[in-house]
Design a protein. Sequence first.
Length: 283
Amino acid sequence: MKLMLVGTRVMAVAATGVLLAGCGGSASKDEKAGPDPKPSGSAKQGGPATGGEKTGASGKPDVKESTLPGALPSAYDFTPDPARVPKTAAQARKLTRNAALGESDWMAGMVRHTPYESGGSWPVLPESCVWTRSPLPSGVLDSFTRRLDIPAKGGKGRVQGAVTVTVHRSEAGADEEIKDTVQESFRCPQQELGGGQRLSGLMSLQFDQKDVRNADASLFEAGKYTGPESGGVQDYVWSKSRIGPVTTAVSVKGAKGYTNTDLLRIAAEGGAKVLYRVELELK
């Protein structure tokens, strides 16, 4: 167990540097929103503090008093417009479809997976550690997933990615989803996805809020993936974040020729862009 905890910390440090650095995400209410998410690095981004930030009376870094040119914001300061927060299932479905990434949104060259879209149901991980689907809980207005792949090319295998956007009825419900996700990897470090797909050696860790600059909360998970046409055991990375009552999740299943760092960067690109799109829907 001690070795697992050490490994989790090392993994989290590496993930923080890749997932939260160099990928834009946060747009304040005073910024003019464009029609599409900005590319990586073009919006405010998450990442560890770079130094030079002043602190306010509370002892926390003051967002408006950063002294370094181009310094990252020292805290996440986006607040959803209450009038834009979905109150009905129909409003939630509009948000999830607008925020979820399509093949031209994530990375150049990505194509639709089969199946491409799914929604209106909820993933459940019972004691058997075999994932199943159930109707949406009463506290969830909508949940929607799009799946996108990087095709096999140049001796490399096919990478499988997925983006899920979920709208809860309350921020408390969305926050509970984040907390439950962390516990699932400890309860079920080996998980069956169905169709011969399997995850193993899973480790999750929620980031300290002071290290998150593009969401209200974020977590990271990593492990190994095997499945039909996977070409053997591959790396697997997954991140989940929350903005108000909305959660976003990005998963990337590795393939031959891709390193864990490659997958982290792919996940970071998708994660930052979907968070930015959520902000556009809520501002």
